[in-house]
Write a protein that binds this ligand. Structure first.
Ligand code: ADP
Ligand code: MG
Length: 588
């Protein structure tokens, strides 16, 4: 609600600007450029700011949009309104192919690859005869809209800012949705997202194409504004400037993209006037000044200017209230006593180190099995083997009779295995509710298009309702809208349990869930786990607090140095001399 009010007010202001009497044409032109840049930077918000994929190459996609329409309109007389979808198709295919090859690169290799293809496409424009080489193409027709000619700067202004408006709506809607949360989860390193059922590689490709499409639209608009294109605005320097704009504005924020595009364009324009006057020549000094400004900014406001502004605005604290909705469908619960999990001689070697050494055990439905052992015993590694986070060196894992040890984590999650992490993996700047909603990703269907057009509201209400329900259950009902990172570590562990529950699992793996909780909170957690067990859930529990373990578990498996030492009822295992020797370092 609030968001649409802000957007509406913004649109009114934007529409009114050219009506200001005696507004110089020069400013209209500048605003047109800001609009064109904003469309590109909005794509970078999703790709880089939210998704964490840095691209220096966006200018190349702007070029594809510009050259596609330039070529088709001048050479074949195709209507510009057709060249837009054609250019977008061409861009989507190019981006998809480039993405398929490069997006699996990790760390700094990905940004480096964007420089490589960015430069390649730029030189391609400059070397193709039919694109006019470095002179480019001229004589591009102006746009007409139902007999209304969009030749003047002011009329073109409305067209450009209409597209900016659409891009803002689509991007905002997208980020506030099921796919949007999956995109944000990419930054969490991938393991958490995959373990919540998110196909991370697919989402990376999708946001890469999304950002490229926005760049293409900007290029199309640019070509028909300038009526001529040559390769120079589509090179690496332009790609770097687009990136500067989002970084300066605030890479993770829609309004930051506009702010950055506006600021950089105006400042650059002013510097181009001032610097030659000061320094007495016409060199590209503004680039040097920019470099210094960016370095200063990264030191003092790393998140960019928009979040800095946001902190100083009166807090809106506006979150849409949860709408009542039907419950999400649940998977059928296994019968009591059904064989849920079978680990057969699972082994994991890290080089010479055997972290898990031929461990076998089984679990039945409705059982809480404690997995205990000293630090470094291999418990967390065993969790990773069961949940598909890493593949065993040897051995097999079966879930409800089906083999899962070669499946990716997201496939294991979709079968109904939920987990938490010993080292909490939350998105600290997202609300507790949204973090938990990521867990329901695998149970819901809405995709990018439905999200952008806001056709996802029914399912979204169901999904958020389920997330809220799990949080109430785990005792965090009062913290739905707090930032996850602001909670105490013990509470963050509880958020992870709620996230796992949101995936409607039948087997829950909890890695030290009670660490950092106070006595009463531990009691409450034990009650919740006992309640889940009564409903048919199976729980595999790693925990160091022996009172907690003894009071709750049906059986124990003890590990040390990767080897299973003992297995049995808690009271018996507690008396087992081998266990006492290994676990306590002495025989009592
Ligand atoms: P626990 O959870 O029981 O404390 P872990 O499963 O975390 O134990 O670790 C078991 C052993 O495997 C430790 O010696 C640890 O150092 C080692 N280990 C765990 N993960 C890796 C890894 N990715 N690479 C190399 N060694 C690892
Ligand atoms: Mg561990």
């Amino acid at each position: 609600m609030r968001r649409s009010v802000v957007l509406g007010a913004w649109a009114v202001v934007v529409a009114a600007i050219p009506l200001i009497p005696a507004m110089p044409e020069y400013w209209v032109t500048l605003l047109n450029y800001i609009g064109l840049y904003s469309i590109v930077t909005l794509g970078l918000v999703v790709l880089t700011g939210v998704g964490g994929l840095v691209s220096f190459g966006q200018a190349a996609f702007v070029g594809i949009g510009a050259f596609a329409t330039a070529y088709l309109t001048t050479r074949y007389g195709v209507s510009p309104w057709f060249t837009l979808p054609i250019g977008m198709l061409l861009t989507a295919v190019s981006a998809y192919l480039i993405g398929a090859v490069t997006l699996s690169l990790s760390g700094h290799y990905l940004p480096l690859s964007t420089i490589a293809w960015g430069i390649s496409i730029y030189f391609l424009f400059g070397n193709l005869d039919w694109l006019g080489r470095h002179d480019g193409l001229t004589g591009i027709p102006s746009l007409h809209f139902f007999g209304w000619s969009l030749v003047s700067g002011r009329s073109y202004y409305y067209l450009i800012w209409f597209f900016v408006f659409v891009a803002i709506c689509a991007t905002q809607n997208l980020l506030d949705s099921r796919p949007g949360r999956a995109i944000r989860a990419l930054k969490g390193g991938g393991v958490m997202a995959e373990s919540s059922g998110v196909a991370t590689a697919r989402y990376k490709r999708i946001i890469f194409v999304y950002a490229a499409l926005l760049a293409c639209v900007s290029g199309w608009l640019y070509a028909h504004m300038q009526r001529a294109v040559n390769p120079s605005p589509f090179g690496l320097q332009a790609g770097i400037e687009y990136l500067f704009m989002v970084v300066i504005g605030g890479a993770g924020y829609v309004w930051g993209a506009l702010l950055g595009a506006g600021l950089l364009t105006v400042v650059k324009d002013k510097l181009q006037d001032i610097l030659p006057a000061l320094l007495g020549s016409d060199g590209n000094f503004e680039i040097i000044v920019f470099g210094v400004l960016v370095v200063l900014l990264l030191q003092h406001a790393r998140e960019g200017i928009w979040p800095y502004v946001l902190r100083r605005l009166p807090s809106t604290n506006g979150h849409a209230p949860l709408r009542p909705a039907a419950a999400l469908p649940q998977r059928p619960k296994p019968k009591a006593g059904e064989n849920i999990l079978e680990v057969r001689a699972a082994r994991k070697e890290f080089g010479g180190l055997v972290a898990v050494s031929d461990v076998s055990f089984t679990m039945c439905a409705g059982e809480i099995l404690g997995l205990i052992g000293p630090n470094g015993a291999g418990k967390s590694t065993l969790f990773d083997l069961i949940t598909g986070v890493s593949a065993p060196t040897r051995g097999e894992v079966f879930f409800r009779g089906g083999r899962i040890d070669r499946l990716p984590a997201r496939a294991v999650a979709r079968l109904g295995v939920g987990r938490t992490f010993q080292h909490v993996r939350l998105l600290p700047h997202m609300s507790v509710l949204e973090n938990v909603a990521i867990g329901a990703h695998q149970r819901t269907r809405n995709g990018m298009l439905a999200a952008m057009l806001r056709l996802d509201r029914v399912e979204e209400a169901q999904l958020l309702g389920d997330a809220a329900k799990q949080l109430h259950r785990i005792g965090l009902g009062a913290s739905l809208y707090e930032q996850a990172g602001s909670l105490a570590l013990g509470q963050q562990r509880l958020v992870e349990i709620a996230r796992a529950l949101c995936g409607d699992p039948v087997l829950l793996l909890l890695d030290e869930p009670a660490a950092g909780l106070r006595y009463k909170e531990k009691r409450a957690l034990a009650d919740v786990l006992a309640q889940l067990r009564a409903e048919g859930m199976s729980v595999l529990l790693v925990e160091h607090d022996m009172d907690f373990v003894m009071g709750l578990t049906d059986r124990l498996v003890v590990m040390d140095f990767g080897v299973k030492l003992a297995e049995g009822a808690p009271r018996e295992v507690q008396k087992n001399p081998v266990v006492l020797e290994a676990y306590l370092g002495s025989v009592a």
